[in-house]
Design a protein around this ligand. Structure first.
Ligand SMILES: Cc1cc2nc3c(=O)[nH]c(=O)nc-3n(C[C@H](O)[C@H](O)[C@H](O)COP(=O)(O)OP(=O)(O)OC[C@H]3O[C@@H](n4cnc5c(N)ncnc54)[C@H](O)[C@@H]3O)c2cc1C
Length: 330
């Protein structure tokens, strides 16, 4: 039905995979086995919306799904640890950085196309590096409704699927028809969304799997009506959310509660640690008020957790993924 094979181009594979199995440091082993572009010690602050985070041992930005499918088996064969990020809009990365290969799925892998029809619904396939704002605009112009809830969420399609991102009572799982994933063997598979387990801000998936594209079920509708809904959502965000750099809602809402209200009720709006501050506008946004470090955010997070727990008995869990802090932040 939907063609994942069309992504694979042999010329890309042979151009980037070297034959050496390599030895020594991560950098040496990657350089020996992968001839595609690598950014060594690139600061992750440039790849996160909080604007904090130290260097990654190596940053690789696949230019296509084929290149991603070539890269993962190389990393596996070399025994090189890796992780994938999108637009970094849900990440707190430690100041010390990350000792692994960080795969950044970005604008080079961002194609969108109509991919068929299911009854009255249209299928749209968007590669993982496509930003949600770009996808929402494309769907609006094409007169395809359903993704308006995502207007204003600054993540990538891959990150949004991995996070089951949502707003206004809708989530990615509500519009997802299937996922195209790449695994560490370089295999590209199409997984029906109905076969996957999604929960609040979570997709439960096997380790070593990267989302290469999402296929969405959308309804034909007037672009003006769809655009109107998007503008409404964007306006509501502008009224409620701070403009300073943030990672969106920092904590998950506990069942039946709003994390922001609990933080506000604890009197923590405006609380500051170094350059990190609890937003005055929306207490569940921790913002970079200027010159913040990842340690500032981490300490502010701990203070908020402790004070809310002391007052209510509820321990707020971060929605933001903590990387490089040596604790279960995912
Ligand atoms: C101003 C602002 C407003 C926001 N509003 C919302 C909101 O309303 N609702 C909401 O849900 N979120 C919101 N967010 C949070 C964030 O935008 C979403 O979680 C988004 O989906 C993350 O996408 P990303 O590409 O930035 O992922 P990243 O932050 O880069 O990564 C997040 C997680 O996804 C994984 N991941 C990323 N790409 C892939 C891939 N291709 N394959 C497999 N795993 C992958 C990463 O390993 C990581 O664990 C907001 C953030 C900001 C800054």
């Amino acid at each position: 039905m939907l063609i994942a094979d069309c992504f694979i181009k042999e010329d890309v594979l042979s151009a980037t995979v070297a034959t050496s199995s390599g030895s020594g440091s991560l950098q040496d082993r990657l350089a020996a086995a992968w001839q595609g572009p690598v950014e060594w010690d690139g600061r992750l602050a440039r790849y996160t919306t909080l604007r904090v985070g130290g260097p990654a041992a190596a940053l690789v930005k696949p230019a296509s799904v084929a290149e991603l499918a070539a890269l993962l088996p190389v990393l596996r064969r070399q025994g090189l640890p890796w992780r994938v990020i999108g637009r970094g809009s849900n990440l707190l990365v430690a100041d010390a950085g990350l000792p692994e290969v960080v795969i950044v799925i970005g604008p080079a892998m961002a194609a969108i196309r109509q991919a068929g029809q299911e009854g009255s619904e249209r299928l749209v396939q968007a590669e993982a590096g496509c930003s949600l704002p770009k996808l929402v605009s494309w769907c609006t112009a094409e007169g395809l409704g359903g993704l308006e809830f995502a207007a204003g969420i600054p993540g990538s399609v891959g990150g949004a699927i991995a996070m089951n991102a949502g707003a206004w009572g809708r989530e990615m799982r509500d519009v997802l028809h299937a996922l195209v994933v790449v695994d560490e063997t370089g295999g590209v598979q199409i997984l029906p969304a109905a076969s996957q387990v999604f929960a609040y801000r979570r997709w439960e998936h096997a380790p070593g799997v990267v989302v290469a594209a999402g296929i969405f079920r959308l309804q034909p509708e007037s672009p003006e009506v769809i655009g109107g809904r998007c503008r409404g959502h964007l306006q509501a965000r502008r009224e409620k959310q701070p403009l300073e750099p943030s990672a969106g809602s920092f904590f998950k809402n506990p069942p039946g509660q709003a994390a922001g209200r609990l933080i506000e009720a604890a009197g923590l709006k405006g609380l500051r640690v170094g350059g990190a501050r609890v937003s005055e506008q929306h207490a569940n946004f921790l913002v970079n008020a200027g010159g913040a470090t990842a340690r500032d955010f981490y300490e502010l997070m701990k203070v908020v957790q402790e004070q809310v727990a002391e007052r209510t008995g509820i321990r707020l869990e971060p929605e933001v993924h903590l990387l490089g802090f040596g604790e279960a932040g995912r």
